[in-house]
Write a protein that binds this ligand. Structure first.
Ligand code: 5GP
Length: 177
């Protein structure tokens, strides 16, 4: 059990369980993208730990870019504009795999997908460590999933609670008070 700010969390997935599944995903991706021009786009901040462990398991040549979604308000009629910061590689004609820590409603991944559309990728797929199927409202269902989980709030292994907990090597679930 751990405490972050005002909340208590119980272990949900141990470091060993996470790493075993990350290895499986790495093997699967290396097989599926053999012979293809592959670029991973890891979405910061949450995916930094997952991306680091996953990419060590990729046994084929690939490129890696770390990107960040920014949203700022007041510049269009809907009041919000999204931008993908940090795409410094040319992705035209390349096969893109987005690395996410968690897909919840799926709206973030949908936005990234539409922002990537203009860059002319050969294909775009999504690899997420955690997926909440009961919360999902999006169009782009993840293609590679580490663990489908319930709707409970989780932290650790890159995921935060008010910016705390990202450094934890296991994944913890909010304890009901
Ligand atoms: P979306 O709803 O667009 O799929 O997810 C948006 C973001 O919400 C995720 O990238 C993640 O930062 C955050 N999020 C969703 N569920 C959780 C959760 O259980 N724990 C934490 N720490 N963040 C979450």
């Amino acid at each position: 059990m751990i405490r972050l700010n005002d909340r208590t969390f119980d272990v949900f997935l141990s470091e060993e369980e996470v790493l075993q599944q990350v290895r499986h995903l790495g093997v699967q991706l290396s097989r599926d993208y053999e012979g293809k021009e592959l670029i991973f786009l890891a979405i910061l901040n949450g995916s930094f730990m997952f991306a680091s462990d996953l990419l060590k398991q990729i046994s084929i040549p690939c490129e890696i870019s770390f990107v960040k979604m920014s949203s700022y308000s007041g510049t269009n009629s809907r009041g919000e504009v999204n931008e993908l910061l940090g795409i410094n590689s040319d992705i035209r004609g390349k096969h893109v795999v987005i690395i996410e820590d968690i897909v919840d409603s799926g709206l973030t991944v949908d936005k990234i997908h539409s922002l990537l559309g203009v860059h002319g990728a050969a294909s775009v797929k999504v690899c997420t460590l955690l997926f909440k199927p009961d919360a999902f409202l999006g169009k782009c269902k993840p293609d590679y999933i580490g663990f489908p989980i319930s709707n409970a709030f989780v932290v650790g292994y890159g995921l935060d609670y008010n910016e705390k907990g990202r450094n934890l090597s296991a994944i913890y679930q909010l304890k009901e008070s």
